[in-house]
Design a protein around this ligand. Structure first.
Ligand SMILES: *Cc1c(COP(=O)(O)O)cnc(C)c1O
Length: 419
């Protein structure tokens, strides 16, 4: 469910007509709906309202401060993967005690900062990381609360580039090897073992992989407890999928059923790290058609947005529904077209052979479901400016990240003295 829809033939975000935003900020831009963000958070959190659970929004899916602050107000914590994300979460009003720190490559500097901020849990992904964290904590006379991210070796049945819980993955420690690492952790004075964490992948559209992983995790928790290793938190990661096209991912309430079935006997505090399911369908990217080019045997719709603004189609072969902000008139021909950006890369394609009413120059079109892994993955390839983000609430909208300027873009470069 989202709050993007046609009203009187014009596409709206809540009660704001998209062309009004385009007029104010130019194109391309991302547009988020507050009501949709709030709705998704509430549906997810209500599914766990009867158990001891904390929802830590995965900041990497959308790190806009306004998005983080929207969730913070609803009581969310944050799952972060870098010192930069900790700073964002803190700035959005999320306390350290509600932040968990994931990631395979935490540096000593990031650990030190996280300890200063009182991060509630480090999800440790390797033995060398554990030893470094111990050293950093001891040097600051602190104790780091940790979970070890275990790899349950489950195939999440999603795109290879977003699968994280199989043997070949760089993430986590396999369950057999995790046990000795827990014993080691228990012996370190700078470390306080508090939990187990897992995250098997993203955009999962079936429950079986979760079910398999969580059941293995339950056995693992029992193994730890039988060795008198105290485990009070179980971090089940994120990964629940959304509908981009024809997918029918399970509703949060059915995901919650699986979770509760596997964890009810453990008497344990649950942590969740949902990203995509909270923000994916709460955002769109709006772009203007620059040209419609008749190629040898293809029609190219060339938009003013490109792969540097939304990389998902070329990186993950991702499908995004494309809609016309004002649908072309009824007699406009419907054809198979390639929707592409201006970047000088053959891979700069948003949609190949998509059946649509052929738009005209200056028409606005939008990519739906662009709220997750959209703006956060943007870059400036081809010296293109980072595009703005706008948040709508009812009949109001606000620019929540400004368009980059050419001064900012060029200002980072310095000429060496000899030139
Ligand atoms: C990416 C990631 C998430 C969020 O995944 P979604 O599929 O967006 O829910 C959660 N936890 C960790 C450790 C991640 O790397």
């Amino acid at each position: 469910m989202d709050h993007f829809s046609y009203k009187n033939g014009v596409y709206h975000a809540e009660d704001v007509a998209i062309p009004d935003i385009a007029k104010a900020v130019g194109t391309p831009f991302y547009c988020y709906s507050s009501a949709t963000l709030e709705h998704h958070y509430k549906v997810f959190s209500q599914a766990f309202s009867d158990v001891d659970a904390k929802i830590c929004f995965a900041v990497k899916s959308n790190d806009n401060l306004a998005v983080l602050a929207t969730f913070a107000r609803l009581g969310a914590g944050a799952d972060v993967v870098s010192g930069g994300e900790i700073r964002r979460a803190r700035k959005a009003g999320i306390k350290g005690e509600n932040i968990v720190f994931s990631g395979v490559g935490k540096t000593a500097e990031e650990m030190s900062y996280a300890l200063d901020e009182g991060i509630s849990q480090f999800n440790v992904e390797s033995e060398p990381e554990l030893l470094l964290l111990n050293d950093v904590a001891i040097s600051k006379s602190k104790v780091a609360r940790i979970a070890i991210r275990v790899n349950p070796d489950v195939d999440p049945k999603t795109h290879a580039k977003i699968s994280t819980g199989q043997k070949e993955s760089k993430f986590g420690i396999s369950m057999v090897h995790a046990l000795p690492v827990y014993r080691l952790a228990n012996s370190l004075s700078g470390i306080d073992v508090q939990g187990v964490s897992v995250h098997i992948g993203s955009q999962l559209t079936t429950l079986e992989p979760f079910s398999q992983a969580f059941s293995r995790l339950r056995n693992f928790v029992n193994d730890l407890r039988s060795e008198d290793i105290i485990v009070t938190t179980l971090d089940l990661g994120g990964g629940l999928g959304i509908t981009y096209g024809k997918e029918q991912p399970p509703l949060p309430e059915f995901y919650a059923e699986i979770v509760k079935r596997e964890t009810k006997d453990l008497g344990i505090k649950l942590l969740f790290e949902p990203g995509r399911v909270l923000v994916g369908n709460a955002g769109i990217m709006v772009t203007k058609v620059i040209y419609v080019k008749q190629g040898e045997n293809r029609i190219f719709v060339i938009a003013d947005a490109a792969m540097n603004d939304l990389i998902r189609p070329t990186l993950y072969d991702a499908y995004h529904e494309i809609i016309s902000i004002i649908p072309p008139s009824g007699d406009t021909p419907t054809e198979l077209v390639d929707v592409v950006g201006p970047v000088c890369e053959t891979g700069d394609i948003f949609a190949e052979q998509r059946l649509m009413k052929i738009p005209k120059t200056d028409d606005l079109i939008a990519f739906r479901s662009a709220g997750a892994y959209g703006a956060v993955m943007a870059g400036t390839y081809n010296s293109r400016l980072l595009i703005p983000e706008v948040m709508v609430r009812g009949d109001k909208f606000s620019i929540v990240r400004e368009r980059q300027t050419y001064e900012e873009l060029l200002g980072r470069d310095k000429l060496p003295e000899w030139l």
